[in-house]
Design a binder for this molecule. Structure first.
Ligand code: C5P
Length: 221
């Protein structure tokens, strides 16, 4: 039985993966499916929250009763998050946001030229949305949650990242090519800025989502 412990709360969830265009047909992207973010949106709605789901390049069906804002790039995702955050009791950044984007966008399709080596792609940094919203809380008491995909020294890197980003909770999972991305299941440790550590056993992405909302609800009450 789901507790309606988020009734009267507004939560913002980002999901999916950003795509950073090189030209009208090509982009730099990542393997995020959006499934974890959608599971977070569905479970928050089931617990009574008003949910804004900022979805980066996801083709998943919109969960019932959830307000979906589609975005493409990290810069668009930032704008959507900053627009929604002032009314949010909690912001959960489950989206895989590209750290870098191509410095230049070619308005026409980039062509290969006979006998010529390709131009190198220069990248510039994207804004770190999680760090920004954590530093400038749009509301007092707002709970900010980040995700971190790590391949090694998962907990140590997670703790350092939690500090660096300044969020309240960081969901850390170990990734490999076949783990987590696109999968129906996940396994994680949720680190709290208060020093707490909550392990979530391998299972459906809904189960991890429920644990995240338990921890958020604890901090809101
Ligand atoms: O630094 P890293 O990409 O590992 O951090 C992951 C977390 O930070 C995720 O919650 C992601 O949504 C968020 N992020 C962000 N803006 C970026 C990069 C990551 O908000 N430019």
């Amino acid at each position: 039985v789901t507790e309606p412990d988020l009734v009267g709360r507004h939560v913002v969830v980002s999901a999916g993966g950003t795509r950073e265009p090189l030209d009208p047909v090509r982009f730099l992207g990542n393997r995020s499916s959006g499934k974890q973010g959608y599971a977070l949106a569905r479970t928050a709605a089931a617990r009574g929250a008003r949910v804004t789901l900022i979805a980066a390049n996801s083709t998943l069906p919109a969960p019932a009763g959830v307000d979906v804002v589609p975005v493409g790039t990290a810069v668009q995702l930032r704008e959507a998050v900053l627009r929604a955050a002032p009314e949010a009791d909690a912001v959960v950044m489950a989206a895989a946001v590209a750290d870098f984007r191509p410095a230049a966008y070619a308005a026409g399709k980039i062509k290969k030229k006979d006998g010529q080596e390709p131009e190198p792609v220069t990248l510039v940094r994207n804004p770190d949305i999680l760090a920004e919203i954590s530093a400038d809380r749009a509301r007092p008491g707002q709970v900010v949650v980040g995700f971190a995909a790590e391949t090694d020294d998962v907990l140590a890197n997670g703790r350092a990242k939690l500090k660096r980003k300044g969020c309240d909770l960081l969901v850390v999972n170990e990734v490999g090519e076949l783990k987590t991305f696109g999968s129906e299941e996940n396994e994680a440790v949720v680190l709290g800025a208060d020093g707490s550590e909550t392990a979530v056993a391998h299972g459906p992405k809904e189960a991890l989502a429920e644990t995240v909302w338990d921890l958020v609800a604890e901090r809101l009450n």
